[in-house]
Design a binder for this molecule. Sequence first.
Ligand code: HEM
Ligand code: SF4
Length: 217
Amino acid sequence: MTKKMPQTKMLDELESGPWPSFVTGLKRLAQDEDQQYAPMMKDLVGQLEESYETKTGYWKGGTVGVYGYGGGVIPRFSLIADQYPESSEFHTLRVQPPAGMHYDTKTLRKLCDIWAETGSGLIALHGQSGDIMFQGASTENVQVAFDKLNEIGFDLGGAGAAVRTSMSCVGHARCEQSCYDEARAQREMINNFLDEMHRPGLPYKFKFKFSGCPNDC
Ligand code: HEM
Ligand code: SF4
């Protein structure tokens, strides 16, 4: 039987303003009935509504990762899992975008398909950290999703006290102000420090960003 959509009096308010609302996106995923993630997203929306009602956050951290890595996954477990079992594990994978954030549509479709199969369907492109944020996988599916992403050439980013995911401007690929090959500089720097991203040994976070000129856009 199809799981029912939760009542969302508080969240509905957030859709009433002039701007597009993240709530609309969450509801859309929750109503994708032919997708495996619909029940998970219904419980996620339910828990979020409850958070707004009670003015309380119900996520706690923990330790979740993939083989060989000491970072890159942000674990989230629900404190009210008994009420919202389908979204009780809602972990995020931080995945490094290509330097300069260049994608082709084929790659974007593959990323979406992988997350539709293994996660919640919810992707932030990109989070404030510069990563592709694949938000919402069960503990079991974190490794499965990572393996699939890795197969098409993607790797986890940084989290915690570690070298973080690097960023560069679009630079010489498209911009006449560019003074050097930003994408290459980013790649070489990150490859050099990759071990400190995946197996962190540093006491604090480090981040490298590459601007091709003083405009620093
Ligand atoms: C349990 C504690 C923490 C949690 C759950 C947490 C969670 C997060 C998340 C989810 C992001 C990514 C946001 C996005 O990409 O949109 C982020 C980024 C960030 N956090 Fe935290 N954080 C924690 C502790 C801290 C602390 C203690 C600091 C600073 C003292 C900090 C500073 C930052 C900064 C600067 C970024 C952006 C990093 C970047 O650009 O790569 N966080 N955090
Ligand atoms: S920082 Fe400079 S080189 Fe990079 S995109 Fe902006 S103007 Fe162009």
